[in-house]
Design a protein around this ligand. Structure first.
Ligand code: AMP
Ligand code: MG
Length: 489
């Protein structure tokens, strides 16, 4: 089937067919200044079956900067609430985003398109409805990086800049990002209904989500349908967090309103990839108590699922909800161990693997080893003994290496094949904060978007060699430690 021209993109908004009380219809607000296309994601255009040459059309920029509506656009702001840093906040909702609707590609995949940074909505509270270029670049790059790493995530079709002034700690340019995901429903979308005692509405939203996104469960009778669905969300969330832990990603703001009902990484704020290995790593400088520290994420995943389960109690027995939540820890542990074993080239269900991983991580913490570079070096090294100089207790590393080699020999895998498999799961490139910072400063100061493009290309294929981009695989420069990331966006 030929690619869709922009004007032909089939578009509708199924969320808008839900009855009142799940959203507010609201038109997005264009910038006062002339918008400019900063980056276009051809890979996402391909998902939508959209002809990538549309990037050159004025209509494209206008449509995704709220100046023009394409046929079928039916913009609305979704209602949700959520637990923020452990406290229930009764009303949040899309305060600076609007859901335009969804398009379905010829493979039958439905993709929602949402403008982020598109002005005031009924849920804006004290905010201005805008997003700054800085945080939009960070989201744009990181969501593609996560996809490149094989981690479920929202993505983005394009990033559009403006000369509009947005007031944060200082004045910054405003931007708009077109976020793309099968669904933007969050745990908090259910919590708001539960706390308002709209129990029938919980079933309506659950059936909407199940019907569109968990179709295998749609025919099951209630309450089994809901219990199995919760089990599926528990499993996806456990696997998502396991993937974050394995790659060294800290989300930063794991409030329940930032938890996707599809188990996607959602809402990129002050996230960070671990550099020196430190389990207590806090990437959000406003998270004073470390609630969302790296090593807290697995248990926060469960805590957030408990909030979701509570909101679903009108649909199931409390015992069924509890039993379902109890599957989380096992799902998480098994998936995490499997991913870590694969990083070391060990068998999937290797009992000894857990011990080897544990001891290596302990040594990496002691020596402040760079998480990504150490695993990549182990993967690529023909002589891993050369890595011993990076460790404080070299004999301890020697002992670990001896045990590791013993284990590898026992598994009897062909060394070349094992190395190739390890290189395919240990990324060479991650999005370090300093890298995003270079892209941001060039974009802000010089309207130079070449670093965004360079990083985009590398991060889409983080396991490959990119000889022209070797610098980004090296240890971060000295000034990188000074890059601080706050919640402000
Ligand atoms: P976040 O911390 O980005 O997950 O946002 C938490 C809540 O605040 C959500 O309801 C957002 O829509 C809202 N919000 C964040 N920034 C703004 C803003 N600049 N204007 C309006 N609402 C905002
Ligand atoms: Mg959010």
């Amino acid at each position: 089937m030929p690619l869709y021209h922009l004007e032909q993109l089939p578009f509708s908004n199924s969320f808008a067919t839900l009855p009142d009380g799940f959203y507010s219809r609201v038109a997005p607000t264009p910038f006062a200044s002339t918008p400019e296309l900063i980056h276009f994601n051809s890979a996402v255009a391909e998902l939508l079956h959209l002809d990538p040459s549309c990037r050159h059309q004025r209509l494209f920029i206008d449509a995704f900067s709220a100046r023009t509506a394409l046929p079928g656009f039916d913009p609305l702001a979704m209602l949700y609430a959520g637990h923020q840093f452990g406290h229930y906040v009764a009303q949040l909702g899309d305060g600076r985003a609007v859901l335009l609707g969804e398009t379905t590609n010829p493979r039958g995949e439905r993709w929602e398109l949402q403008l982020k940074g598109s002005g005031l909505t009924p849920y804006s509270r004290d905010g201005d409805g805008r997003a700054v270029l800085r945080s939009s670049i960070r989201e744009y790059l990181c969501s593609e990086a996560m996809h490149g790493l094989g981690i479920p995530t929202t993505r983005a079709l394009c990033l559009i800049g403006s000369e509009d002034e947005v007031y944060r700690e200082r004045i910054e340019p405003g931007a708009m990002l077109t976020r793309v995901a099968p669904s933007h429903v969050r745990f908090g979308s259910f919590e708001v209904l539960f706390y308002r005692e709209r129990h029938e509405a919980i079933a309506v939203l659950a059936d909407y989500v199940i019907g569109h996104h968990y179709p295998d469960l749609a025919q099951l009778p209630s309450p089994r349908r809901y219990v199995e669905w919760l089990a599926a969300v528990v499993k996806r969330t456990a696997h998502l967090v396991a993937q974050w832990q394995a790659v060294g990603f800290a989300h930063g703001v794991l409030n329940t309103d930032n938890m996707s009902i599809l188990g996607l990484t959602l809402d990129y704020g002050p996230y960070g990839f671990m550099e020196s290995y430190d389990p207590g790593f806090i990437c959000n400088h406003s998270d004073y108590h470390g609630r969302y520290a790296f090593d807290q994420q697995p248990q926060i995943g469960l805590w957030n699922l408990s909030c979701l389960a509570q909101a679903l109690l009108p649909l199931m027995e409390v015992e069924a909800a509890k039993a379902t939540l109890e599957t989380y820890q096992d799902e998480f542990n098994r998936h995490y161990q499997k991913l870590m074993a694969a990083k070391l080239g060990l068998g999937e269900e290797d009992q000894h693997g857990a011990q080897l991983v544990h001891e290596l991580l302990a040594q990496m913490q002691q020596s402040a080893s760079d998480y990504t570079r150490m695993f990549r070096s182990l993967a690529g090294a023909t002589d891993p003994a050369s890595l011993r100089d990076g460790f404080i207790e070299r004999e301890r590393f020697d002992r670990w290496l001896h045990d590791y080699h013993t284990r590898l020999r026992a598994l009897g895998r062909d060394p070349a094949q094992r190395r190739a498999a390890m290189l395919a799961v240990n990324p060479k490139y991650i999005l370090r904060n300093y890298m995003a910072q270079i892209a941001i400063e060039k974009a802000q100061d010089e309207h130079d978007y070449s670093t965004i493009e360079d990083l985009f290309r590398v991060l889409q294929r983080p396991f490959d060699e990119h000889p022209d981009m070797q610098d980004y695989a090296e240890a971060p420069p000295d000034w990188a430690g000074g890059v601080q990331v706050s919640c402000s966006s």
